[in-house]
Design a protein around this ligand. Sequence first.
Ligand SMILES: [Zn+2]
Length: 261
Amino acid sequence: MKVEVLKDDGLYGEFILKNSNPAFANAWRRAMKSLVPVLAVDYVDFYMNSSFLYDEVIAHRIGLIPLKTDLDKFNLQNECVCGGEGCPNCQVSLRLNVEGPRTVYSGDFVSDDPETEPVFDSIPIIELYKGQQLMLEAVARLGFGREHAKFQPVSVCVYRILADVKIKDSCSSCLKCVEICPKNVFTVENNTVVVEDGFSCTLCRDCLRVCEENAIEISETDDFHFKVESVGQMNVREVAKRALEALKSKAEEMNTLMDEL
Ligand SMILES: [Zn+2]
């Protein structure tokens, strides 16, 4: 197996997983969504809320704000030395004290840890009117995407199987495939149809349906084109790497179990 990176600008990445199989590609996709922990607010203490919204509604909105996550700095709460009670090794507090009239943004939070803060400063939380106040302490901890969507490090994580498109000699150059292909896989060169962009083929097989000579051959390859978009807590490369580590440790755990049988 090999990974070829096509695009990587931190928050968005595209890569090809080569010589693999659907089971592994899907396991990796699922691991990126649900086995890489990130920080999110899980508990909010309200000292004052005279806004128009209930505490629960505001707490839910705060929970969904992505927080910059350094996984080497925090423990999972159930694996922490504090035994899950909460300590600086496994949680971080963010404070908010705002008076209206004004809109409260994610950038208004003051974090106990300067490196753990909202990824984006401009996420609106609530609009306060004159005389209204919001004072609270939000406590963030690490969690997994399988617990709640707020702990998901990726907003998009998809793959498609790459196709191998071939044109046989029996092709009569009727050009029907060129017309019907929505991805412009085929083109005409010297009055013959050639495959110009096999990478874009989505395996829709429309060309096979219109080809009267049965001259097109399409098969699935062992390569998978991934598109991953991070929510912002960490970059795509780290999410992909941590997901692989999670899969590896699960496989090792399985091996140990098998040995014990
Ligand atoms: Zn702890």
